[in-house]
Design a protein around this ligand. Structure first.
Ligand code: CP
Length: 307
């Protein structure tokens, strides 16, 4: 694999292999015993993805080069392409990139000679979020066969929805969407159900943020969204006994879900965030090995299980 832009690039065995590796890294330490620089280029805001990449990089012993849109020459108008070329010339061994454009992947993929990992590309894909969601579901249910997953919220503008619908379907889950008409994506070939129906059969209600920043020029309103389309307290009571709630974050409190549900017993929001660190460790090590930047002899896996 060249760069990691989409979970579609991974076969099913590799998806499970990465989940198993993430599970191991929860209890084992793995450390790269050679100097490797990881550069994180986030031109769009991020808390979870950026900080969990940094945590993952430090856990596996990478040296972190950080750049952000405000303090770097990006604020003087330097393009993402020139920024990436500069970081490669400085000595970065791997680039982690988040950018609001849908085009950066096509623009950069043949111009950069070190592995790039997509940390969020416009409305297209968010593969590491998808992988942490897959890992969280795998930990919870052990299998995707006939698992009913309802992805609810701003489907049209969500890169998480696009990555997760494709991957969960490929793994054998029954995937549905649930959203206001303005947030439907007609290009998706999955059934759209009402929230009242969704809560009765879903094993997982995966809620998504209403992405106001992507609504420019569109007629969208979130007045009364919670009552009409969101996960209210009364709808949560209709959910199956073992059904769970997921949300990639950040949450718009009392829009896509009632704020009392964000960290309720059914919620796996905190597990998702924790799992993000371990799956990103697994993905970066996988990429570094695929590129021959490290091999088995470069990692000292230590079985000193955490207490
Ligand atoms: N889920 C997610 O991508 O969150 P951040 O925008 O905080 O990284």
């Amino acid at each position: 694999m060249k760069h990691f832009f989409s979970v579609n690039q991974l076969d099913v065995d590799t998806i499970y292999h990465l989940c198993d590796a993430a599970k191991r890294y929860r209890n084992e330490q793995v450390h790269v015993s050679k100097q490797i620089f990881a550069a994180n280029v986030f031109t769009e805001p991020s808390t979870r993805t950026k900080l969990s990449f940094i945590a993952a990089q430090r856990k596996i012993g990478l040296d972190v080069l950080e750049i952000d849109g405000v303090q770097s020459s990006i604020s003087k108008g330097e393009s993402l392409e020139d920024t990436a070329i500069t970081l490669e010339a400085i000595g970065a061994d791997v680039l982690i990139i988040r950018d609001q454009s849908n085009e950066w992947i096509d623009e950069l993929q043949d111009k950069i000679s070190i592995p790039m990992i997509n940390a969020g590309a416009g409305t297209l894909e968010h593969p590491t979020q998808c992988m942490l969601d897959v890992y969280t579901l795998y930990e919870e249910f052990g299998s995707f066969e006939d698992l009913n997953v309802v992805i609810a919220g701003d489907i049209k503008h969500s890169r998480v929805a696009h990555s997760n619908i494709q991957t969960l379907t490929r793994l054998g889950a029954n995937v549905y969407t649930s959203c206001a008409p303005a947030f439907q994506d007609p290009t998706l070939d999955v059934p759209n159900v009402s929230m009242d129906e969704a809560v009765t059969f879903a094993d997982c209600m995966m809620l998504l943020r209403i992405q106001h920043e992507r609504h420019e020029g569109e007629e969208t309103s979130v007045d009364h969204y919670l009552e009409q389309y969101g996960l209210t307290k009364s709808r949560e009571k209709q959910m199956k006994k073992k059904a769970i709630i997921m949300h990639p974050g950040p949450v718009n409190r009392n829009v896509e879900m009632d704020e009392t549900l964000i960290y309720c017993d059914r919620s796996r929001v905190k597990q998702q965030i924790q799992n993000g660190v371990y799956i990103r460790m697994a993905i970066m090590l996988y990429m570094l090995q695929k590129w021959g930047i490290i091999d088995e002899s470069f990692t000292n896996e230590r079985n000193d299980t955490k207490q």
